[in-house]
Design a protein around this ligand. Sequence first.
Ligand code: FUB
Length: 337
Amino acid sequence: MSDEPASDLHMLASQAISQPLVTHIYTADPSAHVFEGRIYVYPSHDIDAGVPFDDEGSHFGMEDYHVLRMDSPDGEAVDCGVALHVKDVPWAERQMWAPDAACKDGKYFLYFPAKRADGRFQIGVATGDGPAGPFAPEPEPIEGSYSIDPAVFSDGDGASYLYFGGIWGGQLQKYRDNVYDPAHGEPADDAPALGPRVARLSDDMKRFAEAPREIAILDEAGQPLRAGDHARRYFEGPWVHRYRGRYYLSYSTGNTHFICYAVGDNPYGPFTYQGKILTPVVGWTTHHSICEFQGRWYLFYHDALLSGGVTHLRSVKMTELHYDEHGRIITIRPYAN
Ligand code: FUB
């Protein structure tokens, strides 16, 4: 949900604010990487699938992925076409939500969540010869995967990690210790909040090399953030990057609509909460990635300004991101002049 009243949407659209990377299709949930010297953005491809709104997010009825390519941050974003369609994924029935990609040994890997016919989300992987695909999916989802919003972080030592998980429509609250139980819900307000999950990937990038672990996000006193701390607790959309040797875990707080971050000393955490990266955008969801290109850092995010605030018709944008001298990220207010 936006902190801007709907009547101000037209005014916002005419201000000197970041513009969508593309306008011929709706795009969301951007995962950006530099591959082969160019920026590649892996977004969701938003459509109006005609599915009624519900609390499960069924109206996010996406069917395929397009990859966007940019030669430079201020260059044109080129739509490289359909990279993967749900009809080509044997195990998936619907709702191709936020994807990410990775590269290893000249091969490219697209990670994507989708719902099976029984309504459970899992995460799949598809392989391509180039960063824009097309990608050929594995016949089964990644064993042991669940929930949504996969994000890959490849560390300097050659290890890659898959982060994932989102509560509410993303179903993470139904899992404890990697076991599904539909009777589970969110923890009580004074209990530790649910954390995103992480698993190191196998050498071939197609499997988990270990059971997923739950990540702890701590407050300034070293205590886990509480489930009732909605302005800071993890909701969905994990992203990990490294800056000056430290690991930055950033994520959406969902129903309070912030992108926040926490910092740790290794890919598994724990991570200590630091602050906000992005204040609320137009539209209910907020989802981002952070990417370095030629020594400068960029935030990729989305909002629903172009569609007049339709929550499932979003557009990917980017803006430069800055750190202070202590490595703290300066909060971005997307509509401030
Ligand atoms: O795009 C569908 C879902 O909305 C994503 O998986 C979430 O992160 C939210 O952006």
